[in-house]
Write a protein that binds this ligand. Structure first.
Ligand SMILES: NC(=O)c1ccc[n+]([C@@H]2O[C@H](COP(=O)([O-])OP(=O)(O)OC[C@H]3O[C@@H](n4cnc5c(N)ncnc54)[C@H](OP(=O)(O)O)[C@@H]3O)[C@@H](O)[C@H]2O)c1
Length: 251
């Protein structure tokens, strides 16, 4: 995938899948601004590894759920772009509260949707003036947007909303040269799983369901993100690309 001379922002880009995507985009020639918020230590380690590998990845700390964070990221981005425009936005940041429905509160709902849905719209609207005329937006969803899973109702609902919002962005911004394609990975082993008490059981089920007999890897998903950011996918918009080794297909 050739991403030479492209400037791409990866929201939630220094840890887990986001880090793998930032690295892959940079390997393909893009300059990458990787956003994060809380995990400074992981971010600094990732950025230093990128520097050691001569990959052009810079970091930008900002909370995408707050006005101050969005303002600060827009300013960092403007400085980083230095007069050029933004060719890609991968929206990989996500959060969520994993509880049974009868334990969920308004606060849990607002916390989850503020990042997983609202922040995408807020980011796109703020960054529109900085977008190039062939920008690619890649929101990262999950199988939970379509399938059900215990204690996943809020994250699943937020991903369903994220997907619908993404298709509407694709529709309404297409005439301005904005392409929006949803990347939907299957189960991948990241830190996100550590918060679930039954993680091992769920990971084992996902492995069994996959036609490949294993989970998809971070790099396999990152390659598809690079494709969606590249001109090779210029004819695609409003699509959902599932990278799950067949895990989600009903038998
Ligand atoms: N893991 C899976 O099995 C799986 C499957 C399908 C889809 N996905 C999706 O893939 C994406 C990445 O997943 P992951 O497993 O790598 O997740 P993760 O390890 O939990 O990483 C979440 C990322 O979001 C960032 N973030 C959280 N709150 C933020 C905020 N308020 N502002 C800005 N950034 C914020 C985190 O930054 P810090 O590093 O600063 O904490 C981190 O980079 C998510 O959209 C997830 O839903 C994951």
């Amino acid at each position: 995938m050739n991403l030479a001379s492209k400037h791409i922002l990866v929201a939630g880009g220094t840890r887990g899948l986001g880090a793998a995507i930032s690295r892959e985009l940079a390997r393909a020639g893009a300059s990458v601004l990787a956003n994060y918020v809380r995990n400074e230590e992981a971010a600094q380690k990732f950025l230093s590894d990128c520097r050691a590998a001569s990959l052009p990845v810079e970091g930008a700390r900002a909370d995408l759920t707050s006005k101050g964070g969005l303002d600060s990221l827009t300013e960092s981005l403007r400085t980083w772009l230095d007069g050029t425009s933004l060719d890609g936005l991968v929206f990989c940041a996500a959060t969520g509260v994993h509880k049974p429905v009868d334990q969920l509160t308004d606060r849990h709902f607002d916390w989850t949707f503020a990042l997983n849905v609202r922040a995408l719209l807020a980011l796109v609207n703020r960054l529109l003036p900085l977008f190039s005329d062939h920008v690619s937006v890649v929101p990262v969803s999950s199988l939970g947007a379509r399938l059900v899973s215990p204690a996943y109702s809020l994250v699943g609902a937020s991903k369903g909303a994220l997907e619908s919002l993404s298709r509407h962005l694709a529709l309404e911004l297409g005439s301005r040269g904005v392409r929006v394609n949803i990347l939907c990975p299957g189960t991948i082993e990241t830190d996100a799983w550590k918060v679930l008490p039954d993680a091992e059981e769920r990971l084992a089920t996902a492995r069994q369901r996959s036609f490949l007999g294993r989970l998809v890897t971070l790099d396999e998903v990152a390659h598809v993100a690079a494709f969606l950011c590249s001109d090779a996918s210029s004819g695609m918009s409003g699509a959902t690309v599932v990278v799950d080794g067949g895990e989600s297909l009903p038998m």
